[in-house]
Design a protein around this ligand. Sequence first.
Ligand code: C2E
Ligand code: MG
Ligand code: MG
Length: 743
Amino acid sequence: MIRLMALLPSGGGLRDEDWARRHRLLTTILAATIVLLTAFGVFADGLNGTWLTTVFLILPCVIAASRLPGRRLPSTFVALGFVMACGGFVAIAHGLTEAHFSFFIVIAALALYRDWTPFGMFLLGTTLHHGVFGVLVSNRTYDHDAAFAHPWTWALLHAVAVLLAAGFQLVQWKMTESEERRSQQNLDESQAQLSIAFDQTPVPMAMISPEGRLLRTNEAYRGWLDLPEELPAGFTVDDLPITPADATSPGMFDHILSADEPVATTREYRRLDNGRHIWVDVHATGLRDQRGRLRLIFVHCVDVTDNRRHQEELRRQVRQDSLTGLLSRSAFENDLSELLATEPDQVSVIYVDVDRFKSINDGAGHTAGDDVLRALSARLAATVPDGSLVARLGGDEFVVALPGGIETALRTGHGLLDACAEPLLVDGGYLQISISVGVASASGGPAEAVVLAADTAMYAAKRAGGNRVAEFNDTMRVAVQDRIAAEARLRRALAGDRDTALPVWFQPIVGADGELAGAETLVRMRTPEGDIVGPNLFVPAAEETGLIVPLGEHVLNRAVRHLIEWGDQLGYVSVNVSPRQLAEPDFVPDVAALLASHPGLDPSRLILEITETALLGSSLDVQQRLEMLKAIGVRIALDDFGTGYSSLTWLQSIPADIVKLDRSFVAGLSADPRKSSIIEAVLWLARSLNMAVVAEGVEDEADWEALRALGCPSAQGYYFSRPLPPAEFEQKVLQRSRMATTP
Ligand code: C2E
Ligand code: MG
Ligand code: MG
């Protein structure tokens, strides 16, 4: 029994407003039956007693249904009213079987209540009507003899038929109920998920109505803003204990309201409880209904004040030189650019470099060096006028910038010089230092240009002995401009067709009897106007800017290509290598790779010329690199020997294969006996060290003869040939293997 009950729907479950709507509908239909029955009565027998009884019974049901409170009674009266209506209809139709259809229609209609009472009441009413009326007025209840004979049997038969029709309504209730239960479960589940995602996250969140009322907040939100668990009714965003720090900016809330998309902003707020400023990441999403009306705003707020502070600290650290606390290079360049852009008059820049700082550092150690830099930076900062930018650019270089023309710059520069005349207190002792100061001024223009000008002036002060102030002047300007122009030209040349813009020329080197031995590779630059420019005009700029690295690579490649092309006709090529190139960590591997890509080439046919100066200040590293180059079979020549400070004995410590005697020893040799004794000594030493010698700059026959007389094994110079472009070199030199007639 209980099992059976469980199979049946429980009924009910409609929401009040839904029930009321259905009840209204059914009551209205019931009332309408009076009209229908009247119409039918007129059409059938006329408005007789049957009709009147029916109407008389329906009417109070309609009134009771629309007046009585609650659900059960009104719906029961509707059911009763319908029993009357159907019974009346059957009676007016003289028991016509088709009139009984109305019971089936009504049982379906009453199912709308989803309630057992009206439903059951109607079934009961139907059975009773059929039975009682079947007995009392059979011919107004049924229209066939079998029913007349057994009215109750037919009453039950009809009741069962109506019940069966009702059965499907019950099945439908039952299904609807389980579907509703399922969707309720789903709803509960999503509610639970929302509750976890909303209430239990550490991210402060709130749901706000479009009018700004706080509909729901999570614990994190309330904790963050110190709000009570139950907010007072009508609490809006304006009552929150934070207010935008920038009162002029449009309200955040308006912004959210007007946006179609989710809004994500970081804003500064002021807390009203303690006046503190906080930074908040606000992420707001509007929830809209199907018609696009904003129903709800969902906001996440993350207090990012600590993050901000951390970032600002980092930014400050980047702006600061960590050793001295002065501005860093990048911060200085930035601030100076701003100053130049905003200052209507001139801006002066003072460049400061400590004289002989290296010896302080090397002598007293790095810690002492750092102490000196710190003490000096404090003194500089204390000496310059308030509001000046003071920075350390790195090493022992400082720079100051302030508004004012060159007089200001000079005054400030001399002030710094005087301030440094007082010894610095370093680590309990006094230390006397001096500085070189360069000053320059500019109105507008790029920051780098003024700094470069002051730097150039500082170098002039240093060259003049240090401990002085030098002002940037027009001569320096020309030099700087030339350098800048040279750099720009070089960049263009390297970026374009290198063979056209940077052709590589060759100058022959001959043996003692004038036969061709090899050639030196000398780079040229072709200007856009087509003029050929010598390396003295661009190699120094290339070295300064580091462009010598790609330039050198280009020359080396071309030299090797021609060496291979010319085969046996040429013994070797020599290529000049600048100190900067040699210092490049990739230089040796690159040379090795170049040689490896030409396996047929004997590496000793490649000579690298290194100047004495490159080796003079050189570290162990350079020596090592030379050894590595020798290990892969390349030969090393010491270029311009004699122009440096080197002593003859120094030569033995250099891993060179060839010494190239500088042309200053060679020019006028025949007329100067002192030169010949120097050359003799070099030749003797080189021979004893197993090195070859090439005399450079042989311009006439007399010098060549004098060299030969001293036993110089080979030479290079205009007397034999000037440097030539490859095609001409091929024609004039290679095809004529003898360069000079031996006497
Ligand atoms: P260097 O290596 O001493 O080159 C010899 C210089 O002397 C060349 O000048 C050459 O033209 C010049 N010369 C040759 N014979 C005579 C002569 O009889 N009399 C006179 N007065 N001069 C003579 P150039 O080509 O102007 O090169 C100048 C310097 O530029 C070279 O001096 C070298 O140090 C550098 N250089 C040239 N090409 C390159 C290169 O590809 N890379 C690097 N790093 N430096 C290069
Ligand atoms: Mg050379
Ligand atoms: Mg030379």
